[in-house]
Design a protein around this ligand. Structure first.
Ligand SMILES: NC(=O)c1ccc[n+]([C@@H]2O[C@H](COP(=O)([O-])OP(=O)(O)OC[C@H]3O[C@@H](n4cnc5c(N)ncnc54)[C@H](OP(=O)(O)O)[C@@H]3O)[C@@H](O)[C@H]2O)c1
Length: 299
């Protein structure tokens, strides 16, 4: 039985997801150190240490990770492919659990979907971690798929709603349930993984605050606002074609198009309900969809 995790290094704790994770780890009683780029101007809550590192240097990272029990990487999508030095440093520093920067769709079964081309950085990093873990059994990992960031996506358009214009974009019938998680809930799940080392060892898990359909979300926002919203209906398959065209020109914003096709398409089958949702394993409960939408509409 391994001793509990105490010291946690968070990589990229200043971005979209990072602050929620840092807060939840601190609340759960972990000693948190955030690693930042030398160029970073990020600031962190009182009691959270920060260390500037060079993400290309195993030496710099190994020195920063001395004494850390776990590494949680929330590094930016553009930087996920460069995590090998971080993995090597984690092994060298004796880190016991790494959670790599996944936090989206499950990257373990993408088949030949074109979105897989853009997710290679995540896929290769996890493959590398797996290999290192086999060579060093005390170095363990957990991958976490969260589906869409729901609270963040309401603000940033990925849920398809615009509260200023009261407009909803719905792909296909709008009846396909999709995996979605609120940022603080993801932070709680990460903390729970680090408190449940044995249950989560060398596993890829999926969590969801809820699995709504686009139509359910629309129905709730119409109920709360007391008005009918303008609905634009689009075929999900068109998003795939747009993505392929963009990618052929080296435009990686294709990711959003591929993502819409993958999760909203009728029959996508990517909801993580019942035993597929690891919240139970982590001792957590789901969240309230209507409450999340009320909070957003009131902001
Ligand atoms: N499921 C979803 O809907 C969804 C949405 C967005 C993101 N994600 C995923 O969640 C993870 C975290 O994404 P995020 O949006 O929170 O990340 P982000 O805000 O773009 O970046 C996180 C931090 O990474 C650090 N960083 C290190 N190298 C960097 C570089 N080359 N360029 C930019 N930043 C760099 C920065 O911290 P310092 O400045 O302190 O060094 C930055 O604040 C990723 O795996 C991403 O793919 C999922």
């Amino acid at each position: 039985m391994s001793s509990p995790i105490k010291n946690v290094a968070v990589v990229g704790g200043s971005g979209n997801l990072g602050p929620a994770v840092v807060n939840e780890l601190v609340d759960a009683g972990f000693e948190v150190t955030v690693l930042t780029r030398g160029s970073s101007t990020s600031t962190f809550p009182a009691g959270v240490a920060s260390k500037a590192v060079d993400y290309t240097s195993v030496e710099s990272l190994t020195s920063a990770l001395q004494g850390q029990d776990a590494v949680v990487s929330i590094i930016a999508s553009v930087a996920v492919a460069g995590q090998k030095p971080l993995v090597d440093a984690a092994v060298a520093a004796g880190v016991r659990r790494i959670i790599p920067s996944e936090f989206g769709i499950n990257t373990r079964f993408l088949g030949k979907e074109p979105i897989g081309a853009i997710l290679q950085g995540k896929i290769q990093t996890l493959n590398y971690i797996h290999e290192k873990s086999k060579q060093n059994p005390s170095f363990t990992w957990t991958g976490i798929s969260t589906g869409l960031f729901f609270d963040w996506g309401l603000e940033h358009g990925s849920i398809g709603l615009n509260k200023d214009t009261k407009t909803a974009t719905i792909y296909d019938s709008g009846d396909e349930p999709y995996q979605a998680s609120n940022l603080p809930h993801i932070g709680k799940a990460i903390a729970a993984v680090l408190k449940n080392l044995e249950k989560t060892v060398n596993r890829y898990i999926s969590i969801a605050s809820f699995n709504p359909t686009q139509n359910q979300v629309l129905e709730i926002v119409e109920k709360i606002t007391g008005t009918k919203w303008t609905v634009n209906k689009l075929p999900a398959s068109e998003q795939q074609q747009i993505g392929v065209e963009k990618l052929s020109k080296g435009d990686y914003s294709a990711f959003s198009n591929f993502l819409r096709k993958r999760i909203f398409e009728d029959g996508a089958g990517l909801a993580v309900a019942g035993p597929d949702n690891a919240l139970d394993l982590l001792g957590l409960e789901g969240e309230d969809l209507e409450e999340s939408l009320r909070t957003w509409l009131a902001e």
